[in-house]
Structures are given as C-alpha cells and as structure tokens.
Design a protein around this ligand. Structure first.
Ligand code: CP
Length: 311
C-alpha cells in the first residue's frame, strides 16, 4: 500500500479484513517490521481513539511514534503563490518535506471548515501532504473521509455477523453542533464494497453527497428503514446541501431500545448520550461500540503493516 487516504487505497478488502482479524489474535507477530521506522502523527483537531489506537498499532509493529498537535506549531499556509505577510508563518511545501525527513510514514487528522464546501471537498490539507511529503500519508479523518474508522467498522461487522448478507442501516441522529459528513461518507463507501444490504435513513434534506451514496437505498421513514436490521450505525452529520448548517434537531430521530429491535448498535464515538442515543441502548449487550473502538487498533495496524511492506 502506497498511502491510505481513502478506502479505495485498499487493494483487496476481504483479504485485508481477514489479515486484520489475524493480527488481533497475534498483535506482536510483526513486531520487527517497523524497527527503526518512525510514524509522525499530525493533529489539527482533537482525538481520543484515533490518537491512542494508531500509536498502539505502530508500537505493536515496532515503530517509533512522534505526535505533533499542529496548532502548537507554526501556522501553515496551503495556498500557492501567497504573499505570506499575514497570519501564516510556514508553507506546507517546506513543512511536509521537513516532516518527511523525520518520518517514514505521516498520519494526518484535519477536519473540514464546514463553511467552505468547495475548499473542504478539495481535501486541500490531506492532498497537500500527499503532494509535498516524500513518504506515505495516512488519513486519520479528513474533511470528507474517515477511512480508518470505516475499516474498523468493516472488521467489526465481519466478526459479529450471524448472516452471510446482513442488513445494515445508517441512521442519522440529532446533535446540537455542526458535525462533518466524513464518518458517514466512509461508512457508506465501505459498506458498498461489502456483502451487506445497506439502507440509509435521515430526515428529508439531509442527503449526503450523491457522489458517495450513488444508488444506495435512502428511506426517509426511520421506523420503516430499521425493520429487520442486523446492524444499526447511528451518526449525526450536518446539512450537506445547506452546507454545514444544523437545520434539524428533531429528538424523534434519537436511537432508542424500542427502535433498535434486535439489531446491534454501532457508533464511532464520541457520542452524546440521550441526544444521539439513549442510555438503554449504549448500556445494553446490543451495543458494539467497544468492539468498534478496539478494532481501531487493528485497522490502523493492518494499514501500517501494508505500508511498511511496500516501503
Ligand atoms: N472515532 C474517532 O475517530 O474517535 P476520536 O475522534 O476520539 O479519534
């Protein structure tokens, strides 16, 4: 693997999931593979799971890890040809090349502005690192994608499914703040590549990009969509058409035990209790959020392993 900025960078998904499950059984099997190799993790935004699980994954492979909260460093300029006489002190051209001298792999987390759709969709932060760094780049959640989370979710469904083709429902939920579409986008794209029956349910007007959903079933009636579901993935995203706006906080969309039926409950975390999902769901045996969070280590580890093998 040359980079992992999008799930399309996985050449054989089924094999990759299988290998990740094997790594989970024997996490230190390849503890020499990353010897004398360094992962630099760059955070433009907060993280709990991504930060700790990716560091753990790298260390399981014997890598050194360095972490930089980018907001503690010089303000970066991403535009070409700018006269840098305002707030930015260092251009991405120098920064990415400098970091590449300290790193064998660079992982980046950079959320969208949710105010400038065109700029966010250009993935200018992630793509600037891909363009100017001289080492492989891993996406730890960008403006439009969270491929490490989606791979962890695919591993979780593969491990827990009791059917060859489970019904998976992605259900929008209310949230007081404007959140990115990244997790939902990558989850949809991942499920489109798996042997599942996928339905998306959300209020009218909350459509994700058609470039992501393609011909996936969309049902605006949540109760109807949830019928006979095996896995229910709950996630808020802000409005995509009226970009970044919170136009709906209808609490009737919150996931409850009665709506969930017999399905397993999934969420990437962090989650706001009794806003996105009621306590009774999260505290039940049907919740698999801990398994998802645990699988973040093995999604990162299989990606790092495939990248190290290709260095
Ligand atoms: N799910 C996820 O990416 O968690 P963090 O934001 O805590 O990394």
């Amino acid at each position: 693997m040359k980079k992992y900025t999008n799930i399309k960078d996985i050449s054989n998904l089924q094999e990759t999931i299988k290998e990740a499950i094997l790594l989970k059984m024997n996490p230190f099997e390849f503890s020499d593979l990353g010897k004398h190799k360094t992962l630099v993790m760059l955070f433009f935004n907060a993280s709990l799971r991504t930060r700790l699980s990716t560091e753990k994954a790298a260390k399981n492979l014997g890598m050194n890890v360095m972490i930089l909260n980018v907001n503690d460093a010089w303000n970066l300029e991403f535009e070409d040809g700018t006269i840098m006489n305002a707030n930015t002190s260092e251009h991405i051209k120098e920064a990415a090349q400098v970091i590449s001298q300290y790193a064998d792999v660079i992982a980046v987390r950079a959320f969208p502005s949710l105010t400038d759709k065109q700029k966010d969709e250009s993935e200018f932060v992630m793509n600037s690192f891909v363009k100017h760094a001289t080492v492989p780049i891993i996406n730890m959640e960008s403006a439009t994608a969270h491929p490490l989370q989606a791979l962890a979710d695919a591993i979780t469904i593969t491990e827990l499914t009791e059917k060859p083709k489970p019904k998976v429902v992605l259900s929008w939920a209310p949230h007081p703040k404007a959140l990115p579409q990244a997790v939902a986008n990558s989850f949809v794209e991942m499920m489109q590549n798996m042997d599942v029956d996928l339905t998306i349910t959300h209020p009218e007007g909350y459509e994700l990009s058609e470039a992501i959903t393609k011909n996936t079933t969309i049902n605006h009636n949540q109760e109807d969509a949830l019928k006979d579901a095996d896995f229910v993935y709950v996630k808020n995203w802000s409005n995509y058409k009226d970009y970044g706006k919170v136009l709906n906080q209808d609490e009737n969309w919150m996931m409850t035990k009665s709506k969930l039926g017999k399905a397993k409950f999934m969420h990437c975390l962090p989650v706001r209790r009794n806003v996105v999902v009621e306590d009774a769901v999260l505290d039940s045996e049907q919740s698999v959020v801990m398994q998802q969070a645990n699988n973040r280590t093995f999604s990162a580890q299989i990606v790092l392993k495939q990248i190290l093998e290709d260095l």
